[in-house]
Design a protein around this ligand. Structure first.
Ligand code: FMN
Length: 218
């Protein structure tokens, strides 16, 4: 089994990575392979809604790792999206990255690289705003038919810097339990596949936009 972890911080060894390391230890102990996608400090363009990806399945911005991530996602069994909290929301870079990853993989509202695989969101912060950041990240999972993994408390670790996170014993425990719960979900799904339980045959015939002509405009 394989898990992709996206670190939405510019710091490759910051608080977000400290939280992810706690999960990676549990994954490794259970033989689950991991790869961390470090978004780093370079600019990541926002989605242009140019819709070229709807024809090609690839984003027109080819250099910042979004397309490579989607390719890898096909082979992954689970995902962790982790972010520092910036003004009570996820970092702009992880929003841009994930918007383009999901939009380019979302032809006909189906997300083949991601659907039916568990996802977990993680947010770190000095003090507050983490639950709003988590809400935003969890929405990628819920729109893509991805079961959301939970833990024994909100998926947060607190610290201004990675060193401070060491004092957040409950936060780190929450990360370990989150990894354990993801492993259990992935194992259950693998057993289901082995035993011939198909993924749900969900419908996608209807896509209606919220634009209607009102009677008085006729
Ligand atoms: C632009 C910006 C906004 C921030 N907003 C918040 C906030 O709303 N709440 C909070 O507790 N910490 C906030 N922080 C602090 C970071 O979330 C915190 O330092 C975190 O540990 C950074 O994680 P990293 O080391 O993985 O980048 C903010 C930091 C920056 C740079």
């Amino acid at each position: 089994m394989r898990v992709l972890l996206v670190n939405g911080s510019s710091h490759t060894h910051g608080t977000t990575m400290r939280a992810l390391e706690e999960m990676i230890r549990i994954f490794a102990g259970q033989g689950v392979e991991t790869e961390v996608i470090q978004l780093g400090g370079k600019p990541i363009a926002d989605c242009l809604q140019c819709n070229q990806c709807q024809k090609t399945g690839r984003c027109v911005f080819r250099e910042d790792g979004v397309n490579a991530f989607v390719e890898k996602a096909y082979q992954a069994d689970g995902f962790v999206f982790a972010t520092p909290t910036y003004f009570a929301h996820p970092s702009g870079r992880i929003f841009s990255f994930l918007d383009r990853a999901f939009y380019s993989n979302g032809t006909d509202e189906i997300y083949p690289a991601f659907a039916f695989k568990p996802g977990a969101a993680v947010a770190v912060a000095r003090r507050g705003g983490t639950t709003a950041a988590l809400d935003a990240l969890n929405k990628y999972f819920s729109i893509a038919q991805m079961p959301i993994a939970g833990s024994t408390y909100w998926n947060n670790v607190h610290g201004l810097y990675a060193q401070e996170a060491e004092q957040d014993e409950e936060g780190l425990q929450t990360m370990r339990n989150l990894a354990r719960n993801m492993i259990w979900m992935m194992q259950c799904f693998a057993e289901g596949r082995k035993n011939g339980i198909p993924v749900p045959d969900t419908e996608s015939s209807f896509v209606t936009n919220f634009v209607r002509r009102h009677d008085h405009q006729k």
